[in-house]
Design a protein around this ligand. Structure first.
Ligand code: NDP
Ligand SMILES: N[C@@H](CC=O)C(=O)O
Ligand code: NA
Length: 465
């Protein structure tokens, strides 16, 4: 300070103290009063997404110039001796992930390791240490979002998750920003690349489920445990996140109804084709009853009319159709999984954080942080009103169709079409498509039908969009 006037020294002391306080509250201020010297990343995970992200960052020429200010500082893995598709100094690689989130030099923690624990604890620890977080982990966010975002708001840091839904498709930021002036009433999408890839190949090539799943795993689309993809759980995580953003409240994951694609057979795919539909695993969040803000949030294989915009989304591609007022319909389309596509989303989040760090703003940006406090009301699936497709295997008795019609009629289920085209061995196959019906009523009719002497089995039940 040399011989500065004592009052000035005192003011500088107060400013420093103030800025220290702000620094602990808002890590966006970590660089206040200092020249911006670049941003150090601590990356947790170097698998499909981590590797794609490192490749993108190491090849920054021709991309946004801010990327050149990003340093890959530490990378955490499980098996340090595994051969990697990227070159990094050995000193940057560690198996001690806690050391990364506790390292004061790290500005942004990029969590691309997946799983629930230790991912959750590491994210929370990074936040506690005043670090911004980028994550691709929809499983952790959909379960621990409240805890993670509350902690982030308290610490004044951001948790960014563009890669968590729709892979490379920008959909999180548009919902948080560009579309947030709309009253959203429907979010409906194909949000799992693995199952869309499987269904597409079963449909176009008549391939077997297990062969195509192996290909999806080899291509890096599937989760470490592909059950999450195949059983619809990954899509449920994603629609919970999208619904939360679209409808302005938290979603309890247990309220999301979820069915996967295991029961979708080639026979159903062929019937769908004959009836003018394709089968897609849809994730749907929409007002069931706008008057009392009741939402329907669900994932299930669905008969989608061939003319619907989601019917032509094939392979690993995802698409999310958002409907709101006043905008009407907007559809986001692009690659939903894979190294490069997902790295694009992760890196765009990193870029946003670099920009936030550079802007030196003392005030957290409300368009980057999470503002939810309350939970949305989600209605039970029995209350859903939808059309159904059902396939029955029946004994070849006269009058079976009439008996089916009577049971449906007893429960107020009206039929749009009834088709009897084929046989499975000695059993006749009858396919029914209903008009809109309350799911609970439809299920009661099925219970009655199951008890008919002429019915061998109900081979499949799928909802129709
Ligand atoms: N794959 C995709 O297309 C997409 C994935 N995501 C999400 O991104 C995340 C990562 O997925 P992905 O890259 O496919 O996963 P991978 O299984 O390919 O990679 C996981 C990485 O994390 C490391 N890792 C995992 N657990 C630990 C641990 N306990 N300690 C140290 N290191 C650990 C692994 O280390 P090691 O290499 O040594 O085994 C590996 O490098 C997940 O949350 C996933 O849901 C999101 C969108 C698309
Ligand atoms: N396993 C997921 C990866 C992206 O989230 C998928 O198949 O969509
Ligand atoms: Na995305």
């Amino acid at each position: 300070m040399g011989d500065a006037h004592p009052t000035i020294v005192f003011y500088i002391y107060l400013l420093r103290k103030e800025s220290w306080w702000l620094n602990t509250q808002h890590s966006a201020l970590n660089i206040l009063d200092e020249k911006f010297v670049g941003v150090k990343l601590g990356i947790l995970g170097l698998g499909t997404v981590g590797t794609g992200t490192v490749q993108l960052l190491q090849d920054a020429v021709g991309r946004h110039p801010l990327l050149e200010e990003v340093e890959i500082y530490r990378v955490g893995v499980r098996s340090p001796d595994k051969p990697r598709a990227v070159e990094l100094p050995q000193s940057a690689i560690t198996t001690d992930l806690a050391a990364i989130v506790n390292d004061p030099a790290v500005d942004i923690v990029v969590e691309v390791m997946g799983g629930l624990e230790p991912a959750r604890s590491l994210i929370l620890q990074a936040i506690k240490n005043g670090k911004h977080v980028v994550t691709a982990n929809k499983a952790a966010i959909s379960r621990f979002g409240a805890e993670i975002f509350n902690a982030a708001n308290e610490a004044g840091v951001y948790v960014m998750l563009e890669a968590a839904v729709g892979g490379g498709i920008p959909v999180i930021q548009p919902l948080k920003q560009a579309l947030s002036v709309n009253r959203i009433h429907t979010v409906i999408g194909i949000v799992n690349g693995t199952t869309n890839y499987i269904l597409t190949r079963m449909q176009t090539e008549g391939s077997d489920f297990s062969d195509v799943l192996a290909d999806a795993q080899r291509l890096g689309y599937a989760e470490a445990d592909p059950t999450a993809d195949v059983d619809g759980l990954d899509a449920a995580d994603k629609i919970a996140i999208l619904a939360s953003l679209g409808f302005g409240g938290r979603i309890n994951l247990q309220d999301v109804y979820c069915e996967g694609i295991r029961q979708v057979s080639k026979t159903d795919i062929n019937y769908a084709e004959k009836l003018g539909f394709v089968i897609k695993l849809l994730a749907i969040a929409k007002y069931q009853n706008k008057a009392n803000s009741q939402l329907s949030v669900r994932v299930h294989p669905t008969f989608v009319p061939k003319a619907h915009p989601l019917a032509s989304i094939n392979g690993v591609y995802n698409a999310i159709l958002v409907e709101g007022e006043p905008i009407g319909q907007v559809m986001f389309f692009g690659p939903g999984a894979g190294a490069g596509a997902t790295a694009s989303a992760v890196t765009s989040d990193i870029l946003n954080l670099v920009a936030a760090l550079k802007s030196n703003s003392a005030v957290p940006n409300p368009l980057l942080s999470c503002r939810h406090e309350d939970y949305c009301q989600v209605t039970p699936i029995a209350e859903l009103v939808t059309r159904f497709y059902a396939r029955f295997l029946t004994k070849d008795h006269p009058g079976v169709i009439g008996k089916l019609g009577t049971c449906f009629g007893n429960h107020g289920v009206s039929l749009e079409s009834v088709v009897q085209t084929g046989f499975q061995g000695a059993l006749a196959e009858i396919v029914v498509v209903t008009h809109d019906v309350k799911e609970g009523d439809f299920r009661q009719a099925l219970d009655e039908i199951r008890n008919l002497e002429a019915i061998d089995s109900i081979a499949s039940i799928l909802r129709v969009l």
